[in-house]
Design a binder for this molecule. Structure first.
Ligand code: SF4
Length: 335
């Protein structure tokens, strides 16, 4: 049985235009008035690849702001296609008591909140219609019904580099079970593009984005929170839509390589394949000569890195970790 069948509704019930967003470019799905027939079309397409799916996921737009009748019919689609669970992503400000009772009485098993930042000023300047406190209220309400995941960005307009690591620290304490980490990319036809053209915004470079994402990843994994994705999928925004920003086809792998490298720097040892191989190949001088025994997972690695490097997010982003991020980009990026 296949896992999660994704259905995208670009801008559906959104009523907003965040400065960075052009969902039609990201999802490569045309905006459709009729979300039900769009959903059915997309499900049919995926059914062609695999006949049975565990969960139906509704992404894009603002699922929680769709009319309740439409949401009910969307849950019904899962039943009609023999899919047991439903998950969706939505903005924190759409989590109302009514939506929570609906979730409790439906086949919804998981809700992802498009948080992006906890900083009120950053949220306002990026066109997000809620504040940091609303996020915590929304997480708490979702958790009263089903497990909750969050999406966070780094390198947003007006965002300090280390504030995204602090956001991860604050959210990791709330009981969430999953996170996605997205470095901000500049898409054409967005307000962010125009801010960049006017010299008012500069995207993170790749090393800066890796470093921030490594900090966030370390925080989440050290609390056993699953990191579902880091960076947009390579084929998610092509055809010239991305004008600038820290994009790399193996962004998540580079983040994990950086974390493993930092683990060695703080005295950690492991028999850990894959990422360790890359560190050994690229950083002979930093690789430990006394390779030791036990295999360890990223939870252990991240707890150690967090203890040694991440007490102070600012120092992490400006100290030795920054040096290694830049070196990793130099060594690995152009290979
Ligand atoms: S990011 Fe979400 S809320 Fe913002 S414009 Fe895009 S769809 Fe709407």
């Amino acid at each position: 049985m296949a896992g999660i069948l994704p259905v995208f509704f670009p801008f559906a019930a959104c009523g907003n235009r965040c400065v960075f967003c052009d969902q039609r470019a990201i999802t490569r799905t045309a905006e459709r008035e009729d979300v039900l027939s769009s959903a059915a079309c997309q499900i049919e397409k995926w059914k062609g690849f695999a006949p049975h799916w565990e969960e139906l996921a509704f992404y894009g737009g603002n699922f929680g702001a769709l009319p309740p009748g439409v949401r009910k019919e969307l849950y019904g689609l899962a039943e009609a296609y023999g899919i047991k669970g439903v998950r969706f992503s939505t903005r924190p400000d759409t989590i109302t008591d009514d939506l929570i009772s609906e979730i409790k009485n439906s086949r919804v098993t998981f809700v992802e909140l498009g948080v992006q930042s906890l900083d009120d000023r950053v949220l306002a300047l990026n066109g997000r219609p809620y504040g940091g406190k609303d996020v915590f209220r929304a997480v708490e309400r979702v958790l009263s019904a089903v497990p909750c995941g969050v999406q966070l960005m780094t390198g947003m307009y007006a965002q300090r580099a280390y504030s995204s690591v602090d956001d991860a620290k604050a959210l990791a304490k709330t009981g969430i079970s999953a996170a996605r980490i997205y470095p901000t990319l500049v898409l054409r036809d967005t307000e962010l593009f125009s801010l960049m053209e006017r010299g008012l915004y500069r995207p993170l470079d790749l090393a800066g984005a890796l470093l921030s994402a490594a900090g966030m990843y370390t925080v989440f994994k050290s609390e056993d929170i699953q990191v579902i994705r880091m960076g947009l999928p390579e084929d998610a925004a092509e055809d010239g839509h991305v004008a600038a920003g820290p994009r790399h086809k193996a962004f998540g792998d580079l983040v994990k390589t950086l974390v493993v490298l930092l683990y060695f720097r703080c005295g950690g040892r492991c028999r850990f394949f894959g990422y360790k191989g890359m560190v050994r190949r690229l950083f002979k001088d930093a690789f430990p000569s006394d390779e030791s025994s036990g295999g360890v997972g990223f939870g252990h690695i991240c707890r150690r890195v967090r203890r040694y490097f991440l007490e102070d997010s600012q120092r992490f982003l400006e100290g030795e970790a920054a040096y290694f991020a830049e070196r990793l980009v130099r060594e690995a990026y152009y290979r």
